[in-house]
Design a binder for this molecule. Structure first.
Ligand code: SAM
Length: 335
């Protein structure tokens, strides 16, 4: 065997590259360059970089294939221009802003979480649930909800394209956050009307986003607690990155409530970074589960087989798993 330490070093120093990108988003590198490509002195001035740091920082982004440089002029790549320019609706940097402001620091306590099984975020020591901790601060709430749009944008498009919506007329996105899924479904399918269901403080942020997307005539918000309040009657209930937040008993209780709320012929679509059944390939799904260890008191990610089992137990007659984009898959249950 021709063993080299390359892979080990790449993984071990992954945080160097990761933090360089997160700081670039924080400093607005990509939004600045989307307006106009620029040379080193111009960028240094616009971004407020120290002369000692600027050249290495920007050339690192070139080497990481996040920027291009031609004759001393830096510009975005096609991908960073589309996804990391704050001015574009395709911006997914909210997720990276949240990773930078919160998760980067919390993951520093991973070893402690691995030993104690206890969350390591704002709720540490207080036993508070993630959402109570997040929602105590309006800026943090907005940041978190924006981040959720980034994390669900690709999946929302894949669900809009990959599910037979022509057979259904109403849907609800349970735990909708800012409303990326309802906005995307309504925009793609003019015959659909939908509801975003989430905790009361989410309402203004949801309504602002839905109006920006121009679908406010067909998408409304309903405030409630999905463990306690009655769920509206719709054909299809979507649950994106919801089940992984909760422990096993809570996951099963939620699926049971969803089953009870659906009409006969109704459908649940649960999507997450679903782990492959053999639990060895979807590294992102497994890392997401460790992220739930850091972020929640009992949450964990799961395989397609796990989720289909819980759906059957809740009463769903038929279930299947379908890939979406990247590490995400959806588990569909038919009542
Ligand atoms: C991880 S986010 C997922 C957001 C979005 N569905 C997505 O895929 O990006 C979980 C969402 O569930 C909401 N949520 C948490 N607890 C809730 C509860 N008890 N009742 C209703 N919504 C809740 C949160 O406010 C948050 O918007």
């Amino acid at each position: 065997m021709n063993a080299t330490p390359e892979h080990i070093m790449q993984v071990g120093f992954g945080f160097w590259a990761s933090k360089t990108l997160l700081s670039a988003v924080e400093l607005g590198v990509f939004s600045t360059l989307a307006n106009a490509p620029a040379d080193l002195p111009t960028l240094q001035g616009k971004l407020g970089l120290h002369p000692r740091a600027a050249r290495d920082f920007l050339d690192t982004l070139v080497a990481l294939k996040l920027l291009e440089r031609d004759g001393g002029v830096y510009r975005n790549t096609a991908e960073t221009d589309l996804f990391l320019d704050r001015a574009k609706p395709s911006y997914i940097g909210g997720l990276l802003e949240m990773a930078n402001a919160r998760l980067y620091g919390f993951w520093g306590s991973l070893t402690e979480a691995l030993r104690s099984g206890e969350l390591q975020n704002e709720g540490k020591g207080g036993g508070e649930n993630l959402f109570a901790a997040l929602y105590a601060d309006p800026e943090r709430l907005r940041g978190f909800l924006r981040a959720m749009s980034g994390v669900s944008a690709g999946a929302a498009q894949a669900i809009a394209a990959g599910f037979p919506w022509k057979d259904y007329t109403t849907f609800m996105d349970l735990g909708s956050a800012q409303g990326m899924v309802p906005a995307t479904l309504a925009a793609a399918h003019p015959h659909l009307t939908g509801i975003g269901f989430d905790l009361p403080p989410v309402k203004p942020v949801f309504e602002e986003f839905i109006a920006q997307r121009g679908v406010q005539d067909r998408v409304r918000f309903q405030a409630g607690n999905f463990f306690e309040d009655p769920l509206p009657n719709v054909d299809v209930i979507v649950m994106g990155h919801i089940l992984h937040d909760w422990d096993l008993a809570e996951k099963k209780a939620l699926l049971r409530r969803v089953f009870d709320a659906l009409p006969k012929g109704g459908v649940v679509i649960a999507y997450d970074a679903i782990i492959d059944d053999d639990r060895r390939n979807n590294a992102f799904g497994l890392l997401m589960s460790l992220n739930m260890l850091i972020e929640t008191s009992g949450g964990f990610d799961y395989t397609g087989a796990d989720c289909q089992g819980w759906m059957r137990e809740a009463g769903f007659a038929k279930t299947r798993v379908e890939p979406l984009v990247g590490p995400d898959s959806m588990v569909i249950g038919f009542k």
